[in-house]
Every structure is written in structure tokens, then in C-alpha cells.
Design a binder for this molecule. Structure first.
Ligand code: NAG
Ligand code: NAG
Ligand code: NAG
Ligand code: NAG
Ligand code: NAG
Ligand code: NAG
Ligand code: NAG
Length: 493
């Protein structure tokens, strides 16, 4: 679905450099939790109390953009940038950025407004794009339940802008949209975003934010706790692609939001991919059903964010340390429909589980570009880029399962001669398997030379176009026309 822009002059000015939804389809996003990515002093040894600010800054991030770009990413999503409440609580402090107090000031723990402009400039100079996380559902107050001093907030400085206090019940949609998240220490006063006065104040702010920092895309937090209509207003005010966090595994529930906003985090597939690959007993057939269900339920799965890790969910390696399983899950994620999103630390096989454990300081890795998954992710970005270059229809082609058994699923994405055939399995590192990939599944021609883009191993289909597939050590296989792979930098040497 493509949301039409309003035709007023203001949109045209804001949109001068704005990136549309269809332009976002071709991006690959690296998710940065600013406090945990890089410090201004470049330290790789600074300790980090996971519940508090650890010193990551926008300047630190600027100094490590090459680490991100060399993995093939074209865009960076950063945590919310606005001034947050101070004070430590049992839940930790506001190091994550999701506890806004003054949305017109920046969070000085991450740097100055000028530093944020510099980050945006530095990305654009590299031909990369900036996505910023925004929280429209609530403000935050450290104190006690509902005893809030509203005058502390900018600009929503009166009780009048908020729903009356009630504790949120995540099983009740009305409650989700009108009650307060948080607990007795940090309360998250819930804004009346379904009403036009509050919406208009957000729209003004969003327009300014996008213009002041030349932002190319927005990620909207807690989207299932705001009204659907407000999401449409916010994306249109931004004039750029926006992707909403609808944290739910139900395709019907989640996809309904795509009538209002271009992008959604693909939570249903997150659950499916995780459960299929995190153990050798994972249900591959359920993954197959999941792919098909999402395609038939969402307006456009190619505009969804395809992820398996983020700052809110346990990291994949917290479920299994098996490297082959991690490689399959990541390959599946990145070659699926939609915009791949890799969360910082995923490339280092970090294994933090629930919050805040999955928010490790990345600097402790030394930004190791020799890490196995760093290279794996780099190859997958390169394969995707080559597929886009060779096939105008690659990104909008809906990937589909062409074959599956209990441990292996074969996915096709892309038109004839330039199709990517991804063969993903949950056999684990000690698993080997072989099977015949028929031409009717792969769409390969007779006597066609194909290369596994991950290993550069070449093979050729037989006179029927069929190919014997060998899976070794449980690794994924990504087949592509040998001829068409030339120039990708992958297997050229
Ligand atoms: C929080 O503390 C920082 C650093 O001391 C300060 O710059 C900022 O203004 C404070 N924010 C609030 C909302 O009090
Ligand atoms: C859902 O939440 C709303 C708002 O708190 C409340 O009025 C309503 O009674 C709840 N419904 C159910 C079925 O609990
Ligand atoms: C954008 O910049 C203008 C001019 O400096 C400033 O008045 C406004 O508060 C800024 N808005 C935001 C959201 O940063
Ligand atoms: C996988 O997808 C199917 C179909 O959408 C769904 O019914 C199932 O609950 C999903 N599995 C998990 C573990 O989320
Ligand atoms: C898988 O194949 C490798 C060599 O290709 C062999 O060393 C290993 O023992 C095999 N594993 C199993 C479980 O057969
Ligand atoms: C792709 O190739 C298959 C046979 O290999 C053929 O049936 C199909 O029509 C082709 N599709 C297009 C779009 O050319
Ligand atoms: C496949 O590759 C071989 C060399 O490995 C070459 O001789 C042959 O012509 C190629 N076939 C096609 C159809 O390109």
C-alpha cells in the first residue's frame, strides 16, 4: 500500500529529500540503541550497567558508520532522540530513550542537537539514510503511579492532554489505547492521541523533527496503544515512510494496521522464524504456513520490517548457541519479503535474553569485522543488492515456499533467471542432508550454472533443470545464477 501525500505546499518542502515507502523497500536497516553502540571516547572496554546510561553517543556512532556500511547496510534506525526523565528506578533509567519529558529538546546524554545534525549529514554523505524512533503514545514520569506533575512536560503540560489514569490491560484493546503503561515507579501518562488537538501537536512536532534533522524514515513505538487513525496522520505529517511497532503475533490483528501506515514490524514472522530455527525440533511447516498467511493477510508484505532480534525480545542466540541455526534464521530473515532489520550485536552473536540483557554494549566486541555473522550478514546484503540490480521486480515479488520437509524449507524470490533460491534448515551444525530440487520448484533452466552465493560452490542443473542439493553442517544454501552473480563482489575472485 502506498499512502498518498497531501498536496499542500508544506509537504512538498518537507519532502524535498524525503524517502518514500517504495524507496525504503530497497534499504537494509541496522538498528542502533544509541546508548549502547559507541562512546565518544571510542572505548571498547568501558563497563556498562545494563540498567543505566553507559555512555553511547551520536558522535560515537558517527565514528563507527563504516562498521555498519561495510556490512552492506544502507540505513540506520536510532533510538528516540528526545529529552527523557532522569532518575533511576527498579526498572533502570531512561538510557533507552523511550521515557520522554520534553520532546522539543534532545537527550543530552547522546549529544547535542548539532551532533544529531552531524549524524544525519554523515549518513547522507555516505549515501545512507536515517530512521528515528518516536514515541507518540505516552510521556514518562518518575514518582508514584498517577501522582504526576504535568507541568514538567513539554509540550503536553496539562492533565487535559491525557487519558484518566487506569492500568493497562494488554488483552483489552480499549484499555491498550486509553490506559497507562508503566508501574508504580515510572508511570507513562497516556496521551489522547485519537483526538485532533493532541494529534495536531504531534504533527507539528513531527514535521519539524523530520525537517530539522533531515530524517528519512520514522519508526513509531507502541503503535498498538495509539489509535490507528493517528498513525495515518503521523506518517502523512512526516512525509516519509513510517514503520509501526505492532507487537503481536496474530496476522489478522497486525496486518489491520497496514490500512493506516505503510510499514509494520513483521512480528508474526518473527515468532514463526524464531520457533522454526531455534531448535532442531522447530516446526518448519508452521513457518511455511506463516509466510503464506502473512501474504494473504497484509496489504503489502514487501513494506514490512523483517527482523528476528531487537531491543525488546530475547536474542536468537539466547535460545540456541548453534551457529548454523543462527545463520539459517538470519538468512531466512534477510531474504524474505520486506526490509531486513538487523539489531546491533546480532552480527556479533550476542546472546542476551530478556530486557535489559539483550541491550549489551556493542563496544565490548571491539567492532570485530572478522566475526562469523558479520561476514554472513555482509554476504546476504550483497546477494539482495545483486538480486535488486538484476531484477526490477525482485523487491515486489512475493517470496513463497516452493518445497519443504520437516527440517528444510526452500524459498523462491525473484523472476525467472534472476530468482534467489534460499534453502534454509534447522538440522543444526552436525546435520547433513541431501534432496533433489526439481526445476518445477526452483524455476531453473536445464543445464544452468548456479552458485551458492554463501560458499561460492558452483553446480549445474541437469537436462531437466533439476539439481541435487547437499546440506553440510546445517548451513543455509542460497542459489543464484552463476552468470548473474558476476559483479556482485561475492564470488568474483
Ligand atoms: C537530566 O540530566 C542531564 C544530565 O545531567 C541534563 O542535561 C538534563 O537536562 C536532565 N533532564 C531532565 C529532564 O531533567
Ligand atoms: C476494557 O478496558 C476499558 C478501559 O479501561 C474498560 O472500560 C472495559 O470495561 C474493559 N473491557 C473489558 C471486557 O474488560
Ligand atoms: C526545529 O528547529 C526550529 C528552529 O531552530 C526550532 O524552533 C524547533 O523547536 C525545532 N523543532 C524540533 C522538533 O526540534
Ligand atoms: C506461525 O504462523 C501461523 C500462521 O500465521 C500461526 O498460526 C502460528 O501461530 C505461528 N507460529 C508461531 C510460533 O507464532
Ligand atoms: C556430515 O558431513 C561431514 C562431512 O561432509 C562429516 O564429517 C560429518 O560426520 C557428517 N555428519 C553426520 C551427522 O553425518
Ligand atoms: C518462468 O519460467 C517458467 C518455466 O521455467 C514458465 O512456466 C513461466 O511462464 C516463466 N515466467 C515468466 C514470467 O516468464
Ligand atoms: C557452465 O559453466 C561451464 C564452465 O564451468 C561452461 O563451460 C558452460 O558453458 C556453462 N553453461 C552455461 C549454460 O552457461
Amino acid at each position: 500500500m502506498h499512502l498518498s501525500k497531501s498536496s499542500c505546499l508544506c509537504t512538498i518542502i518537507v519532502a524535498a529529500e524525503a524517502l518514500s515507502s517504495s524507496e525504503w523497500r530497497s534499504q537494509s536497516i541496522y538498528q542502533v540503541m544509541t546508548d549502547r553502540f559507541a562512546r565518544t571516547d571510542g572505548s571498547t572496554t568501558a563497563s556498562c550497567d545494563l540498567g543505566d546510561y553507559c555512555g553511547g553517543t551520536w558522535k560515537g556512532l558517527i565514528n563507527h558508520l563504516r562498521y555498519i556500511q561495510d556490512m552492506g547496510f544502507t540505513a540506520v534506525w536510532i533510538s528516540p532522540v528526545v529529552e527523557n526523565v532522569n532518575g533511576s528506578t527498579a526498572d533502570g533509567s531512561s538510557y533507552h530513550g523511550y521515557w520522554a519529558q520534553d520532546i522539543y529538546a534532545v537527550n543530552t546524554n547522546y549529544g547535542s542537537a548539532a551532533d544529531l545534525v552531524s549524524l544525519s549529514d554523515a549518513l547522507h554523505k555516505r549515501g545512507m539514510f536515517l530512521m528515528v524512533d518516536i514515541v507518540t503514545n505516552h510521556m514518562a514520569y518518575v514518582g508514584c503511579g498517577d501522582c504526576v506533575d504535568y507541568s514538567k512536560f513539554t509540550p503536553f503540560d496539562k492533565e487535559f492532554y491525557y487519558h484518566p489514569f487506569c492500568l493497562i490491560d494488554y488483552n483489552n484493546q480499549t484499555s491498550m489505547e486509553s490506559c497507562w503503561a508503566g508501574d508504580n515507579i515510572v508511570s507513562l501518562p497516556d496521551l489522547r492521541v485519537e483526538e485532533s488537538d493532541v494529534q495536531e501537536m504531534w504533527a507539528i512536532w513531527i514535521k519539524q523533527l523530520v525537517a530539522n534533522y533531515t530524517i528519512d524514515g520514522l519508526r513509531i513505538d507502541s503503535a498498538s496503544s495509539v489509535s490507528k487513525g493517528s498513525l495515518k496522520e503521523f506518517e502523512s505529517a512526516a512525509g516519509v515512510y513510517a514503520i509501526a511497532e505492532v507487537f503481536n503475533n496474530n496476522p489478522d490483528y497486525t496486518c489491520a494496521y497496514q490500512d493506516y501506515i505503510s510499514g509494520l514490524m513483521n512480528y508474526p514472522m518473527y515468532y514463526n522464524i524464531t520457533s522454526a530455527f531455534s531448535s532442531t525440533n522447530g516446526d518448519i511447516k508452521e513457518l511455511e504456513r506463516g509466510v503464506n498467511t502473512m501474504k494473504s493477510t497484509c496489504n503489502d508484505v514487501t513494506l514490512l520490517g523483517s527482523f528476528i532480534e531487537n531491543h525488546d525480545n530475547p536474542r536468537f542466540p539466547s535460545l540456541t548457541s548453534d551457529m548454523a541455526l543462527a545463520k539459517n534464521a538470519i538468512a531466512f530473515q534477510m531474504l524474505a519479503d520486506g526490509i531486513p532489520i538487523i539489531y546491533q550485536g546480532q552480527e556479533q552473536h550476542f546472546s542476551g535474553s530478556s530486557t535489559p540483557k539483550q541491550r549489551e554494549a556493542l563496544w565490548t566486541s571491539g567492532y570485530n569485522t572478522a566475526a562469523s555473522l558479520y561476514g554472513h550478514i555482509g554476504k546476504l546484503n550483497a546477494i539482495r543488492k545483486q538480486a535488486m540490480k538484476n531484477d526490477d521486480g525482485y523487491l515486489t515479488y512475493n517470496a513463497y515456499p516452493v518445497w519443504a520437509d520437516d527440517h528444510t524449507i526452500v524459498m523462491r524470490k525473484g523472476n525467472n533467471d534472476t530468482q534467489v533460491i534460499g534453502i534454509f534448515n534447522n538440522l543444526g551444525s552436525s546435520g547433513n542432508a541431501s534432496f533433489d530440487l526439481l526445476a518445477t520448484s526452483s524455476g531453473f533452466d536445464a543445464g544452468m550454472n548456479v552458485t551458492d552465493a554463501l560458499t561460492c560452490i558452483k553446480s549445474a542443473t541437469d537436462e531437466s533443470g533439476d539439481l541435487k542439493i547437499e546440506i553440510k553442517g546445517g548451513l543455509p544454501v542460497v542459489l543464484y545464477s552463476t552468470k548473474r552473480l558476476e559483479g556482485s563482489g561475492l564470488c568474483d575472485g
